[in-house]
Structures are given as structure tokens and as C-alpha cells.
Write a protein that binds this ligand. Sequence first.
Ligand SMILES: Cc1cc2nc3c(=O)[nH]c(=O)nc-3n(C[C@H](O)[C@H](O)[C@H](O)COP(=O)(O)OP(=O)(O)OC[C@H]3O[C@@H](n4cnc5c(N)ncnc54)[C@H](O)[C@@H]3O)c2cc1C
Length: 425
Amino acid sequence: MGRRIAVVGGGAAGMMAAVHAARAGARVTVYERNDRVGKKILSTGNGKCNFSNERMSADDYYGSGKELIDTVYSVFGVSQTKEFFAGLGMRIKNRNGYLYPASEQASTVLDVLRYEMDRLKITIHTNRQVGGIVRCDAGLLVETAGHERKVYDAVILACGGRAAPKTGSDGSGYLLAQELGHRIVPTAPALAALRCKEDYFKRVAGVRCDAGLTLRIDGQPIRYERGELQWTDYGISGIPVFQLCRDAAYGLGDGKYVTVEISLLPDAESAGGLKSSQEKDERHESFWADRWDRQAYQTMEQFVTGVVNKKIGLLLLKLAGIRETEVAEQVPAPLRRKLENLFYRFTVTVKATNSYEQAQVCAGGIDCAEVSGSMESRLVPGLFFAGELLDVDGKCGGYNLQWAWSSGSVAGRAAAVGEKGTVRV
Ligand SMILES: Cc1cc2nc3c(=O)[nH]c(=O)nc-3n(C[C@H](O)[C@H](O)[C@H](O)COP(=O)(O)OP(=O)(O)OC[C@H]3O[C@@H](n4cnc5c(N)ncnc54)[C@H](O)[C@@H]3O)c2cc1C
């Protein structure tokens, strides 16, 4: 008879763990507090599920798990994930390294996992919130709210973090781990938009533009991202902003002053392989000198038109204190420099990140120093972890689901065979 294994949480990591444990001969029961498994998967990748990425390394992740990620990915990485899903009959679409089901339906990913769980006769208890896990002589006792108490040889905690709680991940997994002695690294919303202090955002809401963004905390540059910036009525959004969110959230949590410096002409910054800031400055200067010269006869509204999106151009004029009707040649030099500077260093003040409700991922979680390379707790034998519950959060682009698949498969296999140390799948 195989080992009895409980998986707490039927998300991406939990289902992956369940499948791998059952394939290794374990008798697996999944406890899911929602009325169905895999709810979050359906909303991933705008409904298309960007389930992995060809370009993947520990450097694409934050948190205490860098070494753990290397170990786990050396056992079950992107190629094993592709093989796994292909083996379940799912065709894969590769868009510049970003991997999707060829159907472009996130439901395909969930469906193939469900079919495999059925085939492997995995027991799935939905509407069951696990409220406690207790060590006992025979193993680990799992208690569900009002329903049952059952002993298992091993338990895999895969409850997710705090992001998108409407999909089920309400942070209750942290309490379960904490009660068993685990340390939780403070959590923060990651991959979410930033809410800003300035009052002009309604004027530019809806604009999208290419931009280079530098996150500064107490004035120090922390991270640079380049991509499509989306202006909203409360601040800034879009993938490059999402990538700054976790650091902004921790900075704000520490009471620090958080700003984002926006370059609206990012090509001018990096174009031509310009290396030194002197070269960049010279390039900027010649661009503007040329424009002030050629467009000298224009009104300033006309002058900024065609440089960037018009709404943004008009906002910059206002912030520089230049009237739209003023003729370019009459604008005094200090105001010209002020306007030019705004195109490269437009600074917004971050007052908050969007909440967990709107965040795609939760940073922080179970301290990876307390987790072995087989995803087993170093404190409680027989207790395993998988997915976002751990202090691992990845960039936007398939990295977070890949962590769920990899950590889930390693945890499932290790729990089933009951071995210590690193697992070879
Ligand atoms: C809108 C959105 C879009 C995203 N898009 C992408 C993308 O395209 N690519 C990508 O890589 N990542 C994406 N992510 C992130 C990715 O979905 C998650 O990192 C991943 O699903 C985490 O999987 P998980 O199994 O660890 O946690 P979850 O998916 O959160 O699953 C945890 C499960 O545990 C259950 N649970 C919690 N507590 C208990 C309990 N006490 N008892 C029983 N059950 C419990 C929950 O109901 C839930 O079903 C996106 C996230 C969101 C919100």
C-alpha cells in the first residue's frame, strides 16, 4: 500500500503535487476550500495562461529561495514541465519564449490536470477548509473545519499566498505553517499597480506608452524596468510597473519615500549603444537644440505634439509652467531645460500599491531556509510545501506558475517516497 498523503490546496502547485505523488504510488487526498479546484489558473495570462517561460533562472525570482529554486529546477524545470503537459495531450504555443497552451484557453491547463487526477483516482474534497495540522505518533493529523480529522503519512501544504483572495488563497496556509513552528517572511502585494499622490492622473488616464521606469526608495535607484506604461486615474500600471511593485510595497511598509522616475523617451537613453551619461546628455541636447530651432515659430502645444502622446505632452507643459499658447522661441531657457528634463525624469510619488485583491502574486511567505531541497520542512518531518505559499515570487511572464509546477512536482514525489534530501524525478 502506498503512503497516505494529504494535499492542502487544489491550486496549480497542489494539483501538480497530487499528480506526482499518485504517480509515485501514494494514496492522495486533496483538500480545497473552494467548491472546485484550480480557480486561479482560469484567470492567468488574461485567460490564456502563460504557464512557463523558455528563459528561466533563479535570477527571475525574489525572496529567500534562490538556492532552493536552483535545486528544484535542476530536477523539474521548464523542459520537464513541457514534457509533462505534452504528455497529458496539451499542445504548446511558444510566443517569444512565453509558453501558453496552443488552445489559448487557461481552462485547457486545468482540464488536463483534472483528467489526470481522475485517472490516478485522487480523492478531491472541495468545500473543505483545513483548519489545523497536528503532529501525532502515526504521522500528521489534518483537521478540516467541522468535517473530519484524519491522519496522513505526509502533508503537502500548497495553500497559495494572499494574492487574489477571491480565488481562494486567503493566507490561511501561513497560520497552518506558523502553528507548526515555521517562520513567515512578511508578505506584500507583488505584480500590482502603483497608486500615486499627484492630482493630475485623471487627465492622462487611459494613455499607454513605452517608458523606462526607475524605482527609487529614499532617493536611491533600486530597480529599472522598460515596457508599456499604462496611466490610470489613480497612478501607474502595466507590466513594467508590476515588476516594481514588490520593492515599492516593502519600501512603503518600512515608512520610506518611494518614487518612480519615468523616462518618456527611453529609446533616446539606450539608442545607439550610448554608454556614458555624457554621451546621453549630448544626444539629448542635440535633439532639443534642433527642435527649439526648427519649431521656433510653433505654439508650445504644437511643439510637444509628436514627441510623445499628446495628453502627456500637455501635462508636461503644465508641470513645467509653460502655457500651451506660448510661442516656442519666446520660452526662456530655464523653462526649456525644465520641460526637457521632464521627458527623461518625470517623477511620480507612490503612496500605496494596489491591494492583494488586485495583485497577481504575493511576495513573502514561508522562509525557504527552513525547507529542504525536496520541499520538506526542516522542522516537521513529513510536512512538505509547494507554490506561492513559500517566500518565492517571480517576475511577470510564466515564472510564478513554473514555480508552482516545479515545487509541486518535487514535493509530491518526495512525499510519496518518503525520502530525505534532494529528489530525482
Ligand atoms: C489575475 C492573475 C493572473 C496571473 N497570471 C499568471 C500568468 O500568466 N503566469 C504565471 O506564471 N503566473 C500568473 N499568476 C500567478 C499564478 O497564478 C500563481 O502564482 C499560482 O497560481 C500559485 O499557485 P499555488 O497553487 O501556489 O496557489 P493558488 O493558485 O493560490 O492555490 C491555492 C489553493 O489553496 C486553497 N486553499 C487555501 N487555503 C486553504 C485551506 N486552509 N484549506 C483548503 N484549501 C485552501 C485555495 O482555495 C486555492 O485553491 C497570475 C495570478 C493572478 C491572480
